[in-house]
Design a protein around this ligand. Structure first.
Ligand code: F6R
Length: 252
């Protein structure tokens, strides 16, 4: 379940390689995508490899995990903006097949229902990328979220608002709510790669390792998934007991 690679760059190489392997095998695969600092080197490497290897990404469908409520697609801290910046403006995805929740949507409940339905209609997620919040959230499923949850509106915890304050001009500008894919939606992905890098995730990884399947630790849901991998760099693995992590072969 826990796999170790030395650095964020080595993880980016591995994850990019996995994505490209999937696309070669299934050109119309459905990807579940995350945002945040952890994903930045991964998308960077993926864009390089897509260009170098002339990979056609135009048949893929993508679903992002989450979006802040109240931020439009052109707001620099919105996840729509992030995805254009790090991925969609850089490789030729078919725009009409890239889905994110709409943070300005008026009928949020209808949108939530539709988002989970769209994923099912697309055949389900083949490979889900996940980062993890310091409190164990995945997507924006905060501690206490039901493992049976579908796409829903969430009140962001103070911890998450503080953690994400670094992206905003002031703490007051951090939205208080978001739309997130539910834990059940995430758990239905055929493959899951949960990635944690950096010393600020070391305690979270130790907590995840020690946790039973427990809604107080949302990321623990991946422990029940037969094909989920938790991939950590050395800094994030620092507080894991010796011998817990299997070593992954590095990808060039
Ligand atoms: C973002 C998301 C979040 C982040 C998590 C870690 O789409 O789903 O769960 O993955 O907050 O964020 P970083 O990578 O910035 O530490």
């Amino acid at each position: 379940m826990f796999f170790l690679l030395p650095t964020p760059q080595a993880i980016a190489d591995y994850v990019s390689h996995r994505l490209i392997q999937l696309i070669r095998h299934k050109p119309d695969a459905v990807l579940g995508l995350a945002t945040g600092s952890t994903m930045e080197p991964i998308y960077e490497r993926f864009c390089q490899q897509v260009a170098q290897q002339d990979i056609d990404v135009s048949h893929l469908t993508t679903f992002n995990l989450d979006e802040y409520i109240g931020l439009g697609a052109d707001h620099p801290q919105s996840y729509h903006y992030y995805m254009r910046q790090y991925l969609f403006n850089r490789v030729a995805f078919a725009q009409h097949k890239t889905f994110l929740p709409d943070g300005l949507c008026v009928d949020l409940n209808e949108q939530c229902q539709r988002y989970s339905d769209l994923i099912r209609q697309a055949g389900g997620i083949d490979l889900q990328l996940l980062g993890i919040g310091s409190n164990g959230h995945i997507g924006f499923n905060e501690p206490g979220t039901s493992f049976a949850s579908r796409t829903h509106v969430v009140d962001l915890s103070e911890q998450t608002r503080l953690d994400n304050g670094r992206f905003f001009d002031s703490q007051d500008h951090v939205p208080t709510q978001a739309i997130t894919l539910g834990l059940q939606d995430i758990a239905e992905a055929k493959d899951i790669l949960l990635i944690a890098t950096g010393s600020n995730k070391a305690q979270t990884m130790a907590d995840l390792y020690a946790s039973a399947l427990d809604e107080a630790m949302p990321a623990s849901i991946v422990k029940a998934h037969p094909r989920a991998m938790v991939i950590v760099d050395e800094a994030a693995a620092a507080l894991l007991p010796q011998g817990v992590c299997k070593t992954l072969t590095q990808m060039a």
